[in-house]
Design a protein around this ligand. Structure first.
Ligand code: NAP
Length: 282
């Protein structure tokens, strides 16, 4: 099925896999023989069905688990549910995230702060802690947390409206927390066979929800925008590889590993680390 074997028979849980980067990563892992449990909230039931259909059409195996990650009780049994259907979970990709609160940092209220951290930080940590005991026992596991360049304060002056940068402060803070947690976790897991990394797009990945931003950014900074295949490639390389404790950008992974960029079939070469999103065919 793939020119890069190594993950056949593994089981992965990918959150936020109803569209965008999560779907791309799920499809890419499936192309390498990984069985997929894909999750999103009930808002995205149709999208999840479509992800499963795409995986099955390509010869893979997938189940969907509808769960609102904002709800502590709802997410409590997620890894066990995946395992009940597919077998022990070897790979957790914490991709789901929310940017619901666009208020500036001086005004953002407590419910909004709690809501953002619940989905972007607490849920990933809970899912990791559900999966870790089994991973440790089996001596193999992969944790990939999807982050954002917004974890860092953008350089000054930022080439965009200040209110946009301010509005993304809380989102960035939740991703910074996830990055820091990833590094501490990787240190804890050293020598266990379980690896933890955080991966972000270089700047903007052309997912459905980032499409408008991607188009606008591409006018002035075409190098900012990458296809979702770039994140899927980097995710695959980290999961199939042996590195741990990285907080890294998609293109850096391809460069470090001198890897080409493949389509989501894991086979067709479509570019390299410098490949940018193509709007011309739209
Ligand atoms: N696209 C970019 O340019 C970009 C840049 C930097 C970082 N990222 C990161 O990359 C990841 C994916 O980005 P994307 O653009 O593909 O995002 P997206 O299109 O908005 O998809 C987000 C996914 O997460 C799910 N999700 C959100 N809240 C949820 C909740 N409470 N419970 C369960 N599922 C939930 C969504 O499904 P629902 O319909 O259920 O909400 C959806 O499946 C995110 O972590 C994002 O922060 C993206």
């Amino acid at each position: 099925m793939s020119e890069h074997p190594g993950l056949e028979g593994r089981v992965a849980l990918v959150t936020g896999a109803s569209r965008g980067i999560g779907r791309a990563i799920a499809l890419r892992l499936a192309a390498h023989g990984v069985a997929l449990a894909v999750t999103a909230s009930a808002r995205s039931r149709e999208g999840l069905r479509e992800t499963c259909a795409l995986i099955e059409r390509a010869g893979g195996r997938a189940v969907l688990l509808v769960t609102d990650l904002a709800e502590e009780q709802a997410r409590a049994g997620l890894v066990a549910q995946a395992a009940a259907q597919l077998g022990p979970v070897d790979i957790v990709v914490n991709n789901a995230a929310t940017i619901t609160a666009y208020a500036p940092p001086g005004k953002i209220d407590l419910p909004a702060r709690r809501g953002m951290f619940e989905v972007n930080f607490q849920a990933p940590v809970d899912l990791i802690q559900q999966a870790l005991p089994g991973m440790r026992t089996r001596g193999w596991g992969r944790i990939l947390n999807i982050s954002s360049e917004m974890a860092q304060q953008p350089p000054i002056p930022y080439p965009g409206p200040a209110k946009f940068v301010h509005a993304l402060t809380l989102y960035g803070a939740s991703k910074a927390a996830l990055d820091r947690y990833t590094l501490g976790l990787a240190a804890e897991l050293q020598g266990s066979g379980v690896q933890a990394n955080a991966l972000a797009p270089y700047k903007i990945a052309r997912s459905e929800s980032a499409e408008a931003v991607a188009r606008q950014a591409a006018l002035a900074h075409p190098d900012w925008v990458e296809p979702v295949e770039m994140m899927a490639e980097a995710a695959y390389l980290l999961i199939a590889g042996t590195l741990s404790g990285l907080v890294v950008k998609s293109r850096e992974v391809l460069q470090m590993m001198q890897a080409p960029l493949h389509a989501l079939d894991g086979w067709t070469v479509i570019g390299d680390a410098t490949t940018l999103a193509d709007f011309s065919a739209d």
